[in-house]
Design a protein around this ligand. Structure first.
Ligand code: NAD
Length: 492
């Protein structure tokens, strides 16, 4: 009998979505070597895809370079029309794309559907923003001269994308690059190639010209090495771990690329004792368990003020007990498998470490019978700063709850991290909200909300959580160069 993912894939009307060819220079290449794609819930191989090598990457870079001048010359409105049509095709195929995402990534189907809408949203938003790549004309410091700044496309871009949002992290980068007038080569995570390749099929159908958007799958080091050393690649955008981000930044230094990095998080989620407890618990549940915890925005350290600490833990544990762990294609599932076994192992190691050092573990008690990639949602209370979970990103459904006494203390503890992606503050005091929104050291702060991301916002982190921004006009600028022009001697 077919497993759940295979039987869903067999029923897809778009057979080409699982053909596993890669897109190089407008051609679908089946490849001499293939790699299996695994359903993380079962360990079953559900498809296979071409494995590209360094020579394929060199062909892709050359094709992108050839496509650049025609693409940059196209009017921004025309580029925008192609991006919009790509977004419409994604929405029209939302269900099939969502099935691919859940089958290879593991997230619940409802979340996969949301990801497709979120991902298409970047294409739509950048379609319009490309027309607003305004420069400046400014008062001159020289007599009889006129000064301008123009925004021009930087050249060929490359993207290395993660497995946790296998569609949206591609469109967030590609939408900006294409709107700016730059071709882009995408290397998706080896765990999640199917949805990336399906999105590439739709790009082609939408009229993205040959060479402008290419997707190559294969070994990360083999494919990234030629990208890093090739001076024709002018911009590199990466989402993933801080460890790999550092390596890529170092590698990109030899050709001085413009690098944008969206790396790990370790978000503090601070709950003051003046809040509506139910709202805070609801927010913490959303901020902790979205994408089964495999989210760089995930609340990694939930600080709760002492007076409401016990009540919060009790109510949070009760909400967690409702979470159903299972296969993402089972519609009752809230928490799917970890996409990579290493993530599940890290979660277990953090739980063991915390318990050994005195934390109390409350788990949803569903047993480990589902298999090694599943992590039972676990609440760790009385977590102290010496525990691993207080320092390392978890990336799974393990919630650390830490008590605090004063505002000053919690700000210091929240900021005592080399990560600075997102932070959350729950309080009823406007003044305190304003103070904390200033003091928290991270790129994005949610005040009384766990939901703030989307195409118009500048997504990115401080400190070792990254460089640059994605989404928003700042995201477009990552693919553009400023050019200052001085018109002198204007006297008649
Ligand atoms: P990773 O950084 O290894 O993988 C992300 C991407 O980088 C993938 O496309 C991968 O193929 C590629 N990659 C890996 N090693 C590379 C190398 N040496 N050179 C070039 N590319 C390389 O992440 P991971 O190991 O899959 O996950 C580990 C941790 O990273 C997670 O637990 C989490 O903390 C973090 N992570 C963060 C995000 C995010 O959204 N910021 C996404 C994924 C993972």
């Amino acid at each position: 009998m077919l497993g759940l993912a295979r039987s869903h894939l067999h029923r897809l009307s778009r057979r080409d979505f699982i053909a596993g060819g890669v897109l190089i220079d407008g051609r679908w290449v089946a490849g001499e070597q293939r790699d299996g794609v695994i359903d993380p819930a079962t360990g079953e191989e559900i498809a296979d895809v071409a494995r590209c090598n360094a020579a394929d990457m060199n062909l892709a870079v050359a094709a992108a370079e050839r496509s650049f001048s025609a693409w940059r010359e196209l009017l921004p409105a025309r580029r925008g029309a192609i991006l919009r049509s790509w977004a419409s095709l994604m929405l029209a195929h939302s269900e099939e794309l969502a099935i691919l995402v859940t089958s290879e990534q593991g997230k619940p189907l409802a979340e996969a559907r949301s990801e497709i809408a979120y991902g298409a949203g970047f294409l739509e938003w950048f379609a319009a923003e490309g027309e607003r790549a305004y420069g400046e004309t400014f008062p001159s410091h020289k007599s009889r001269s006129l000064l301008q700044v123009r925004m021009q496309p930087i050249g060929v871009a490359a993207a290395i994308t993660p497995w946790n949002f296998p569609v949206a992290m591609i469109t967030r980068k590609a939408g900006a690059a294409l709107a700016a007038g730059c071709p882009i080569i995408v290397k998706p995570a080896p765990e999640t190639p199917l949805s990336a390749l399906a999105v590439a099929r739709l790009a082609e159908e939408a009229g993205v010209p040959r060479g402008v958007f290419q997707v190559l799958v294969g070994d990360p080091i083999e494919l990234s090495t030629p990208l890093l050393s090739d001076q024709r690649i002018r911009a590199l955008s990466f989402t993933g771990s801080t460890q790999v981000g550092r390596l890529l930044l170092e590698g990109a230094a030899t050709t001085v690329k413009k690098v944008s990095l969206e790396l790990g998080g370790h978000a503090p989620f601070v709950v003051f004792d003046d809040v509506d407890l139910d709202k805070a618990v609801k927010g913490a549940m959303a901020a902790k368990f979205a994408t089964s915890g495999q989210d760089c925005l995930a609340a990694n350290r939930i600080y709760v003020q002492r007076r409401i600490y016990d009540a919060f833990v009790e109510s949070f544990a009760a909400a967690m007990a409702q979470l159903k762990v299972g296969h993402g294609l089972d519609l009752a599932t809230n928490i799917g498998p970890m996409t990579k076994l290493s993530v599940a192992s890290k979660c277990r190691a953090q739980i063991d470490d915390a318990v050994a050092k005195g934390a109390r573990a409350i788990s949803a008690n569903q047993g480990d019978s589902l298999g090694p990639s599943f992590v039972v949602p676990t609440l760790l209370s009385d977590v102290s700063e010496d525990m691993l979970i207080a320092h390392e990103e978890t990336f799974g459904p393990v919630a650390a709850v830490l008590p605090f006494e004063s505002e000053e203390e919690v700000v210091a503890r929240a900021n005592a991290s080399e990560m600075g992606l997102a932070g959350y503050v729950y309080t009823d005091s406007l003044r305190r909200a304003l103070r904390l929104s200033e003091q928290i050291e991270c790129g994005m702060v949610g005040i009384n909300t766990a939901s703030f991301t989307g195409a118009p916002i500048p997504f990115g982190g401080w400190k070792q959580s990254g460089l640059g921004r994605e989404g928003s006009r700042h995201g477009l600028a990552e693919y553009m160069e400023l050019k200052y022009v001085c018109f002198g001697d204007l006297a008649d």
